[in-house]
Design a protein around this ligand. Sequence first.
Ligand code: NAD
Ligand code: IPM
Ligand code: MN
Length: 352
Amino acid sequence: MKIAVFAGDGIGPEVTAQAVRVLNALAIDGLEMVEGDVGGAAYYKHGHPLPEATLEIARNVDGILFGAVGDFSCDHLERALRPEQAILGLRKALSLFANLRPAKLFAGMEGFSALRPEVASAIDLLIVRELNGDVYFGEKGMRKTEDGRRQGWDMMSYAEDEVRRIAHEGFKAAQKRGGKLCSVDKANVLETSQLWRDVVIEVSAEYPDVELSHMYVDNAAMQLVKSPGQFDVIVTGNLFGDILSDQASMCVGSIGLLASASLGTRQTEYGTVGLYEPIHGSAPDIAGQNKANPMATILSAAMLLRHSLGLGEQADRIEAAVAKALADGIRGGDLGGNASTSEIGDAVLARL
Ligand code: NAD
Ligand code: IPM
Ligand code: MN
């Protein structure tokens, strides 16, 4: 079993270090870890945010633990050289099209949600976000119009096969959970979304046991704070899923708690090859201060064990240890406490 650790920028190295400590503590027989450079760190070292050597590692491992990328000092670079291209490039190169972002309120965390406790306590949802298409990967550009105005554009599109495969993931996830799937789109305005909705309805014929509903994304944003308990699985496009998942994180307390798995179709003898990362970014405002909450990354490592290495029991152990640390009052700055990144790592390790 071989996994890659791509720590990246900002708080990325700090939070992945804690997740690696947790993985090491499990002393998994035959587990090998290799490191690779991504993001701004890779740009400054090799001149590219996703060097060929890193891609080579990525193509030859069973799973990838990813920290975060993003460095404001690179924001002036041409887009192809910006740190964010590392994560976008890995998702595309490995065809990791299904991004699973679970949001569940941990026991005792009602008071930390941005929502009222009685509203927050009902949250147990999964966002299934499409990750290889949409406005993220369409043709884009910037130009001067004939009358001298600057214009920027990004082409939004989905082809039916792209919608079909993520719809299947949404339905299958719903079958394993509460049996409800809400497809989120903007079909009242966008052709991309009309196709999305049509295809999701077609696919639903294969899943008579799943209760399908549709919601416009603006309403979904509202419903997510009004009554998030109504959602089981949400399936949506790349951009809407990005935005709604950050919103969901504050409904359960903090962005420092939300993990994710990005999966494709490649199987190994252990599981599905995937990339695992917290949903947050490089948090430059707190980077290098031992302040970031590593729980989202630690929980991402648990997802890696479950989905890519077939080690569900070890994943359960990690998740239980994080839940216990929270129940015992261990809080990072994101939750109004003062536990440092490494102290949170210590606390999880002690409860493994
Ligand atoms: P961000 O998620 O990095 O930070 C948003 C806010 O949340 C900040 O106040 C930050 O301090 C806080 N925060 C985030 N993670 C935290 C944690 N683990 N513990 C405590 N607080 C935490 O989003 P941003 O500020 O919009 O973006 C910063 C950079 O990260 C940008 O360059 C952006 O492109 C990049 N980014 C990368 C990823 C990724 O690598 N997948 C994801 C999102 C943003
Ligand atoms: C995320 C991030 C990325 C995205 C950026 C950094 C490209 O926001 O993983 O949620 O938009 O997908
Ligand atoms: Mn995001």
